[in-house]
Write a protein that binds this ligand. Structure first.
Ligand code: ADP
Ligand code: MG
Length: 706
């Protein structure tokens, strides 16, 4: 859309680049449209006729939008998205083509999948992978430079049907959670037929000048600075958070949002974050599968538009040491087909009972599976955040706020006995207080906080796909809901009474996960250990949770991931961990040897000749301090040289470790230790070296000059 004919109102162009329901209704024959709706809503099978009709309409629509190519857009285990473009054109004679797109091409693709991580699932002789159209997430038009492409969201599976991606398990988990929840809701008297998972991810990011980015091998290769001493001013003045947004940045945000609105992504909130040059974008929540796709589109759009402003987007969890890192708050809830948010305390005793039962199920789920939840956010980048007093600790606990805590305590004490038609007895009120957001949490230190009508999982990294964290929450909550359903059924008698009895037992059993205090404090570390809560500080340690019988049972019971699929993921994550740290180690080594040392030697040389000349004229006494400086520089040169060699041999040593778990652990310990010690020497040298000779943009420049 050219600038001049851009409609003024967002509502006029919102979603114009998506093949959404409105477009489908307009472009598809009535019967096909109705059938498609039924397929989407009732999870029915797609037939060839419908697929062909939709493909034709989608193609015509895309061609009108200027698209020349289409692609199956999928989410392999790399954590980002993948796409292979095919032109619509098909030769029909010499020098003659037509645009063609069949139902089969819409429904199924067959990319050569041999280069995507599979964790050993796909043998090399069977490299085929299939992409299958995800009918529930709208196709969209991607515009990049002069290219316009129709993107079709798809699942990615192996020849034998195993999930090779992050979408397939999520879709399976949404279905499992729906089935379990509907059963429980119906038992409690609701008429719900379907439950959806709702998700709203708040995305944090950094922006820096592109020239600085390009001048640093560490940023280009690993997305974070591996060296650099802290600037005099960080975030201590607290003037950036929610501060007025600079013109260039707010224009950037505006362009990002315009693009997102065209793609039907409901971007809602934009603001400066805590650290200098750090910002946040939050959308309005959506159904989980669409929200995950949209979060990928958000990350991609932030990156593309940054380039237009000569800026680089940093999505890494910790781009700058000593400066706050970036995360992604995963807001999560469930909603029934009648539009009720299941985590919204209602106005009637019935609604409140349902709310309390669901809340109890979530508490139990997180208590029983805290280790699995922790493992879903394990990555080298996130290791810098979790437990570093800027993000939640690696201990997974739940924050409920005062009001809810007192209600939960009453239930645990058996004081809230039952619900009648008028009231939840013994609480003395006809309905639960409306838990306004202000009443609940402003406790930023909790990894899993109840915030009025949803839970907020705050340990997700900024760079990560939110898909698996959401999948795992769905799985564990489905299991807990089933547990409670069975227990209530087993009690028999009045269902409300039984529900309260079960809640009492379950809450008492799970109460150790509840914590309302300061998650950053040392006391909490000790207290959590006493309570027996898991506290896995590093990713390799945390990832072991995927390789337990408990996890295998949980995911396979709900057909979300088979044992084989889950084990594959455990290995993929370990391997990725090792590879990422390896890339960092090699980049740091390269920079130390080819950039830092030569600059230091030059400075040493400058100092030495200056000392010589000065002492010739003024005598030895005049150069005493300069000599000290020279000695320091010479000492750092020695330290850096030795440190780089040590890092190099640690990396080589790491390559020899065969066992996957030990391999990742070696990187996490020996290689990272060598990196940290080399970094210390370089950062100390930076503080005394000639600024003109320093080969890298410094922290103060990157963070404050934009
Ligand atoms: P903050 O946590 O910074 O106060 P908000 O309360 O504005 O931010 O909301 C954070 C995110 O939570 C938004 O993306 C919002 O749409 C999402 N959210 C709100 N309600 C729900 C819900 N029922 N399910 C999932 N996400 C929700
Ligand atoms: Mg939040």
């Amino acid at each position: 859309m050219a600038k001049e004919d851009k409609p003024i109102r967002i509502s006029e162009y919102y979603g114009c680049d998506t093949f959404n329901f409105k477009v489908m209704e307009e472009k598809l024959p009535r019967e096909t449209y109705k059938k498609l709706l039924k397929i989407i809503n009732d999870d029915e099978k797609l037939d060839a006729d419908t697929a062909n009709t939709v493909a034709h309409a989608m193609k015509e629509w895309a061609l009108d939008k200027g698209a020349t190519h289409y692609c199956h857009w999928f989410q392999p285990m790399t954590g980002s998205t993948a796409e292979k473009h095919d032109a619509f054109v098909d030769p029909v004679g010499p020098g003659e083509v037509i645009e063609r797109f069949s139902g089969k091409q819409l429904v199924q693709g067959e990319p050569d999948a041999s280069s995507f991580p599979s964790g050993g699932i796909r043998a090399t002789f069977e490299a085929r992978g299939y992409t299958a159209w995800d009918i529930t997430s709208p196709a969209f038009i991607q515009r990049s430079g002069t290219a316009t492409t129709l993107c079709i969201p798809t699942a990615f599976i192996s020849y034998t049907g195993e999930a090779l991606d992050k979408k397939t398990p999520l879709l399976r988990s949404v279905k499992a959670l729906s089935e379990s929840s509907v059963k429980l809701l119906n038992l409690l008297g609701s008429t719900a037929k379907k439950v959806i998972t709702t998700v709203g991810p708040e995305q944090e990011y950094f922006l820096i000048d592109k020239n600085y980015f390009m001048a640093r091998e560490d940023l280009v290769m690993s997305g974070r600075t591996l060296i650099g001493s802290a600037p005099s001013r960080g975030q201590q003045l607290e003037d950036h958070y929610f501060g007025s947004i600079k013109e260039k940045i707010v224009s950037y945000m505006n362009d990002v949002e315009e693009e997102l609105y065209r793609l039907g992504v409901p971007a809602k909130t934009r603001h400066n974050e805590v650290a200098p040059s750090q910002f946040e974008l939050a959308p309005v929540f959506e159904e989980a599968n669409v929200a995950v796709d949209h979060n990928h589109i958000v990350m991609e759009t932030l990156k593309i538009i940054a380039a237009k402003y000569d800026m680089a987007l940093l999505l890494h969890e910790k781009p700058f040491a000593g400066i706050n890192g970036s995360g992604k708050h995963l807001n999560w809830s469930m909603s029934d087909n009648e539009g009720n948010n299941l985590l919204n305390p209602g106005n009637t005793p019935h609604d409140n009972l349902q709310f309390l039962v669901v809340l109890t199920a979530v508490i139990r789920a997180v208590y029983k599976n805290a280790d699995i939840l922790r493992a879903t956010v394990a990555s080298p980048g996130n290791d810098h955040r979790l437990g570093a007093n800027e993000a939640p600790p690696a201990i997974i606990s739940i924050f409920l706020g005062d009001q809810l805590t007192s209600i939960v305590e009453s239930i645990m004490a058996g004081k809230v006995a039952k619900a009648t038609d008028q009231a939840i007895l013994d609480l003395g009120v006809s309905s639960l207080p409306i838990l306004s957001k202000d009443n609940t949490d402003r406790n930023r230190t909790s990894p899993f906080a109840f915030t009025g009508n949803k839970f907020e999982f705050r340990a997700v990294g900024s760079n990560m796909s939110i898909s698996f964290p959401a999948t795992a929450i769905n799985a564990m909550v489905a299991e807990s809901i089933d547990f409670m359903y069975d227990a209530i059924k087993a009690k028999g008698g009045d269902v409300k009474q039984a529900a309260f009895d079960v809640m009492k037992d379950v809450l008492n059993d799970s109460k150790n996960v509840l914590f309302m205090g300061d998650g950053y404090s040392d006391e909490w570390q000790k207290e959590a250990a006493k309570r027996g809560l898991p506290n896995y500080k590093t990713s390799p340690e945390a990832l072991k949770a995927f390789n337990t019988d408990k996890a295998k049972k949980l995911f396979s019971k709900y057909k979300i991931l088979s044992e084989k699929e889950l084990t594959a993921r455990y290995f993929i994550h370990l391997e990725r961990y090792a590879k990422i740290v390896d890339i960092e180690a090699v980049s740091l080594y390269n920079m130390a040897i080819s950039q830092i040392l030569p600059a230091a030697v030059k400075y040493q040389n400058d100092l030495a000749s200056s000392i010589k000349k000065t002492s010739d004229i003024l005598g030895d006494d005049a150069v005493k301090d300069q000599k000290d400086l020279l000695a320091s520089v010479a000492a750092y040169i020695g330290e850096i040289k030795k440190g780089a060699e040590k890092l190099n041999s640690a990396t080589k040593e790491a390559h020899k470790v065969e066992d996957e778990q030990a391999h990742a652990e070696f990187y996490c310990s020996k290689v990272k230790e060598a990196m940290n010690s080399l970094r210390d020497s370089i950062d100390s040298l930076e503080k005394i070296a000639d600024n003109d000779l320093w080969p890298l943009p410094k922290y103060w420049e990157m963070l404050f000059l934009n």
